[in-house]
Design a protein around this ligand. Structure first.
Ligand SMILES: C[S@@+](CC[C@H](N)C(=O)[O-])C[C@H]1O[C@@H](n2cnc3c(N)ncnc32)[C@H](O)[C@@H]1O
Length: 267
């Protein structure tokens, strides 16, 4: 990676955002991130394909919400580093007048997103930690972008497994999901703890020394994130199976099924 490193960044600790960037073929990563990612690839070689499938799911969900569900506001929590197919771009392609607030606790994500978004209307990025959802809701810049009296899509794409059970990600979702009105939507993608999936467990073990741990959860544990919301068809499913663009794409059989996703509507 080129350019100045923000002072608060420790490039010697493998970082979840930068490892994910590496899986997606990005350049915003350092040696420690690449070494840890290489260890994940040794035990879970499907990881880059799953990262791409997760981005594809997120794009389909956002386009569906903007084009078919009439949602115009997006709150993207745990934004990450991707440079293409970002939420505000997918939403903007599907509908006019969409607004988007990005939230992440990683300083590199923040500086990267600020550069990417310079001059964009109705889009902003703030520092926020999902372990303190009330602070996110109280952030003045959130209210400059989003009107919480109108429906908002609250996106938790591949991020809730960065919180441990003790950090209570269910409370995080309850607080943020509770702050938006009827007609709002919840989007979740999450790694599962299917016992037989050694690759998922071995990959997660590498994250014990990274900036965040990776907590695998049961299907029941992931379903609980949707409490109070109505899960839309096709329910909580493996990434490629959520409303694929064409019936034949991509064949879900080729990807592991230990990454689940779903979209739900607040009644
Ligand atoms: C695997 S990336 C997912 C990126 C994007 N949402 C996607 O699905 O492509 C996880 C992101 O969540 C962020 N993250 C992890 N823990 C967080 C926390 N406690 N609060 C806010 N962001 C967090 C990381 O910095 C990283 O950018």
């Amino acid at each position: 990676m080129d350019g100045a490193v923000p002072r608060e960044v420790d490039v010697n600790v493998p970082n979840v955002a930068r490892m994910y960037d590496f899986y997606l073929g990005g350049k915003d990563n350092y040696a420690a991130d690449r070494e840890a990612a290489a260890r994940v690839l040794e035990v879970a070689p499907q990881t880059p394909a799953l990262a791409r499938a997760n981005r594809a799911f997120l794009g389909r969900a956002v386009r569906f919400l903007a084009a078919e569900a009439g949602v115009r506001q997006f709150l993207d929590l745990g934004t990450g580093l991707p440079t293409r197919g970002n939420v505000h771009e997918a939403a903007g392609e599907a509908a006019e007048d969409t607004r988007c607030l990005y939230v992440d606790n990683d300083p590199i994500v923040l500086s990267h997103a600020r550069a990417l978004l310079a001059g964009s209307d109705g889009v902003d990025v703030i520092t926020g930690d999902l372990r303190r959802p009330e602070e996110i809701l109280a952030h003045p810049r959130l209210h400059r972008v989003l009107d919480l009296d109108r429906p908002v899509a609250v996106l938790f794409s591949s991020v809730l497994h960065c919180l441990t059970d003790e950090e209570d990600p269910w409370r995080t979702v309850r607080v943020l999901g509770g702050a938006v009105p009827s007609g709002s939507h919840l989007v979740v993608s999450h790694i599962t703890d299917a016992e037989q999936e050694e690759a998922a467990h071995a990959g997660a073990a590498v994250y014990r020394r990274a900036s965040s741990e990776m907590t695998l959860r049961s299907t029941a544990g992931i379903s609980r994130f949707f409490a109070g919301f109505d899960l839309l068809e096709p329910g909580l499913v493996p990434l490629p199976d959520w409303r694929p663009a064409t019936a034949a794409w991509p064949p879900s059989g080729r990807l592991p099924t230990w990454f689940l996703c779903g979209v739900a509507r607040k009644p």
